[in-house]
Design a protein around this ligand. Structure first.
Ligand code: PLZ
Length: 409
């Protein structure tokens, strides 16, 4: 948007000309605790006053250790865990793959249709969409295999909404068995809810079957929780909805309360298997970013933001689901807690993607002062990701604008 930010708080961005915008994008799912959360702002100021950097692998500091312990206890499952920190989601995914390869002595990595995992070499190789992410940037990393993701609205196995989960899991498992070889696969990297792919919630049973296959074949199951994690979907981690226990969880975005930090939290035996000095980063787990992350976790806990995300999801469903009945270009409405999407089609029967409709809706929202985001492999999805601290009135006001824009289109 041609809008330069001057100040932001509580779900409102004020630009340099004094215009206010309702923020339903949260800086792409980063500002879960808001753009100027009091505990985060205070922790950043206090840490910056004490010291801004040492490099953890030169002279360590307590904030890093405290954050690692906190994440170890927060990720799903009752396993002994280790965490280390980097600067971006892409780096977290890269490092999860390094750990998995080193721990298993295998090379193949499995990723899924419609996935987004970052813009570094391994990140873009794991990412599904060619343009704009891979075009002109090759060659890509070898030994990356792509399998179907359960996308119930467009099930690639041709199954119904209810049957898509088991059908796509079977297709993916057959491909792992027959085309790659389960014993060659180091890691399966998957978003438990697709973010950039268009807020796609996989069908029941999909993640469970894949997780079980990984356990049986010694494959490291990496849940990329960069976008769907950190309370966004109404649980601390989106993996919890299906009851799976990932071997490694990657985090970023919401983790730092707006400061750049990413985490790799994995099973202790996998993480400890890597040789000393094999993993590292100058800035990773920067003390100011660690202080911000600890404060952001406290904001989520004190503010009841996990429950708040569930309530936002209910509001989304009430406001957006009726559009499915009433508006011809709306093909699908998806809600995962405080993560929602409206998918546009020009022909409901054929489900022909209508990217122009999504663009028109977004342009209208922007004109009316609401920030929302584009998503989807076909560029035909409007994605809504408010800060979890947003007030109910403001959220409804923003959703009214989106609803009117959809009806107008
Ligand atoms: N994994 C699941 O959603 C980042 C991309 C913004 P970084 N998504 C926003 C853009 O256009 O580059 C993302 C994600 C998932 C990894 C990443 C990568 O995180 O912090 O952007 O590197």
């Amino acid at each position: 948007m041609p809008v330069f930010a001057a100040k932001a708080s509580g779900g409102v961005v004020v630009d340099v000309d004094g215009n206010s915008f309702i923020d339903l994008g949260a800086g792409i799912a980063v500002l879960n605790v808001g753009s100027s959360a009091p505990l985060v702002a205070a922790a950043v100021a206090e840490q910056a006053d004490a010291f801004t950097h040492t490099c953890f692998q030169v002279t360590p500091y307590e904030g890093y250790v405290a954050l690692a312990e906190k994440l170890n206890s927060l990720v799903p499952g009752d396993l002994e865990r280790r965490s280390f920190f980097l600067n971006s989601g892409a780096e977290a995914v890269e490092n999860a793959v390094k750990v998995a390869r080193s721990a298993t002595g295998r090379q193949a990595v499995v990723a899924f249709d419609h996935a987004f995992h970052g813009r570094t070499l391994m990140g873009m190789s794991l990412t599904a969409k060619a343009a704009p992410y891979k075009r002109t940037f090759g060659p890509l990393a070898p030994e990356v295999y792509r399998l179907p993701y359960s996308y119930p609205y467009r099930c690639s196995a041709g199954a119904s909404y209810e049957e898509c989960g088991p059908a796509c899991a079977e297709a993916a498992i057959t491909a792992m068995d027959r085309q790659i070889g389960g014993d060659r696969i180091a890691a399966l990297v998957i978003e438990p809810v697709l973010g950039e792919g268009g807020v796609i919630v996989p069908g029941d049973g999909f993640l469970q079957s894949l997780s079980q296959y990984c356990a049986e074949h010694g494959i490291v199951f990496v849940a990329d929780e960069v976008q769907a994690g950190f309370a966004r979907t109404g649980r601390w981690f989106a993996s919890e909805h299906s009851g799976i226990v990932p071997d490694i969880v990657t985090t970023a975005k919401g983790l730092g309360g707006g400061m750049p930090i990413a985490g790799v939290t994995g099973r202790a035996d996998l993480m400890d298997s890597v040789h000393p000095g094999g993993l590292g980063s100058t800035f990773g787990g920067n003390p100011v970013a660690c202080a911000a992350a600890l404060a952001a976790i406290e904001e989520v806990e004190r503010g009841g933001l996990v429950e708040k995300a569930q309530r936002i999801g209910e509001t989304f469903s009430e406001k957006l689901r009726p559009l499915l009945e009433e508006c011809q270009p709306v093909g699908d409405v998806r809600v995962a807690g405080a993560m929602a999407a409206v998918e546009f089609v020009s022909d409901r029967g054929r489900k022909t993607p209508d990217p122009a409709a999504a663009s028109r809706v977004l342009a209208r929202c922007h004109e009316e002062g609401v920030i929302a985001l584009k998503a989807g492999t076909f560029d035909n999805v409007v994605r809504i990701l408010p800060p979890l601290v947003i007030g109910e009135d403001l959220l409804l006001e923003g959703l009214d604008v989106i609803e009117k824009a959809i009806r107008a289109v």
